[in-house]
Write a protein of this length. Structure first.
Length: 177
């Protein structure tokens, strides 16, 4: 058993979709409590059939990684291919499809550790480009967080959502040695 104070990263699998949904629910509740509903809305992911299917797909994709303190999942990373609304890369890349952490453990660099793991995966694959897209609305705090992790803004974009406000996004890149 791993010490509960030691962060480890392990591959995810089909049984981990529930952990991803719990992390998304927790993060959504945290955002809602701060009036930041533009990123993921107000409803828990675990009640949305589309998000449940997405979590199941991520858990079986081979690209899911979980950060754990002891045996308690406190963060999730999914790497794969860029989503359709993101401008295509012009070279091989590792794309971060999801990064979510348990806000109860804020300040422990869980997100940074998961991004370092994504960079390690890219290097192992001989890829020199790590990309991510994120919510660019409200005050831009999420974009600035990625910049503090070594990413650079590249392509802004907007996702049109029928019957709802458009979703402002930002693609960020990080060159790897």
């Amino acid at each position: 058993m791993t010490d509960a104070r030691t962060l480890t990263v392990r591959p995810g699998g089909p049984d981990d979709a529930a952990h991803v949904l719990r992390l998304l629910d927790s993060a959504t509740a945290w955002l809602v409590a701060r009036g930041r509903t533009g990123q993921w809305g107000t409803a828990p992911a675990s009640t949305d059939p589309r998000r449940i299917a997405q979590a199941d797909a991520w858990a079986t994709s081979g690209g899911l990684w979980l950060a754990e303190l002891g045996e308690h999942p406190v963060g999730a990373l999914v790497v794969g291919t860029a989503t359709a609304y993101v401008p295509a890369a012009t070279e091989p890349e590792v794309f971060v499809n999801l990064l979510v952490t348990d806000r109860a453990y804020a300040g422990r660099s869980i997100g940074g550790r998961l991004l370092a793991h994504a960079a390690d995966l890219a290097r192992e694959r001989g890829v020199g480009l790590l990309r991510v897209d994120c919510y660019a609305g409200d005050d831009g705090a999420l974009v600035r967080w990625y910049e503090r992790q070594g990413f650079t803004r590249t392509d802004p974009f907007t996702v049109d959502r029928p019957g709802r406000e458009p979703w402002p996004g930002q693609v960020l890149t990080r060159r790897l040695d």
